[in-house]
Design a protein around this ligand. Sequence first.
Ligand code: CTP
Length: 402
Amino acid sequence: MLTGKEIVLGVTGSIAAYKAVELLRELIKREASVTVVMTEGARQFITPLTFATLSKRPVLTDLFTLDYHSRIAHLSTAEGADLLLVAPATANILGKFANGLADDLLTNLFLAAHVPIVIAPAMDLHMWQHPAVQENVRTLQARGIRFVGPEIGELASGLYGPGRLAEILEIIRAIEAILVSPQDLVGMVVLVTAGPTQEPLDPVRYVSNRSSGKMGYAIAEAALARGAKVILVSGPTSLKPPSSVETSFVQTAEEMREAVLKHLPEATIIIKAAAVADYRPVRVLPSKLKKTGEPLTLELIPTPDILEELGKKKEGRILVGFAAETENVIEHAREKLSKKNLDFVVANDVTKEGSGFASETNLVTILDREGHVEELPLLSKKEVAHRILDRVVALLQKRRGG
Ligand code: CTP
């Protein structure tokens, strides 16, 4: 079911536009609330009245109208949505999406939306196979947009091959996989660390790193959605944790260690996404360090390696670490896996585009104790979080002998 989910359904000018009616009916049957946005091309194939009648909402077509609350339609619609689905999507709309063009309501909405986006293309065989279209698809996929189909089959032109809109139930399944989380962590207590640590030097300065905390917060949210009790130990970030997550805010590595050890007895799963500073200034100066014009040497000493300590105390817990690397990613990650006694390690090359600290996406490789190396595609941090939790659940099931 999709009860309470707000879906924006974008319909574009393909012959398959009539199938979007069936798609809308299936969404409504699953109790989703759907706002339909039609391009001018789509309106050549089918009238807004059909969609308006089924969705019981006005169909949005015009960029320059205000919505019923006198707000700009593309912004208010994007704000309230849980997911944007574009089905059928033409070669033209893929080109516009990939290149950031915004000349109608749907393309503006696409740029304004900060929600998962699913695209189900439908077009003729040669159009789909054209290198320009394929490149646009790759560009969009690399930005975390999901594609369903097209399917192979008989096309409106009489040709046979890929180009048919995916089966309606296939599209629904893709949406459910994104919007409905399995309740497979009920009864588990997931302890997550997130963000950087800051190691003070004097009252105004500190040593830190570029971590934004987004990956750790995404894991906390995903674990919560899957039914776990979640404890978050967070370094300084600009993010707001979900209200039902028990959060301890810390500044230094030592404070993070104390908070983690305090919650350790309760935790069954520990995921250390924090980028802990490895060194701190030997002493914190009581007043601001004054410049002398001379070179300055900072003396640093190592901070405690929290994960390594947890590795020694883990008992039956599942312990997951991260490895942020800039070279020899797999080799270094493998060392951390064994040295810190982890169940698996999530490695990323923070120098790669779309990967690492401030990014909304992440490109990671998961390495486990059995020697498996799983390279994930570029995904949103939310999706990476779910993939990590999928692995945790698989491990739990294995341990239970299931
Ligand atoms: N970690 C930790 N305590 C530290 C340093 C790191 O708990 N003082 C954890 C991180 O949360 C992460 C993992 O160890 O899960 C790996 O962190 P990373 O910075 O990639 O590696 P380091 O062990 O610090 O090694 P190096 O900096 O040499 O790569």
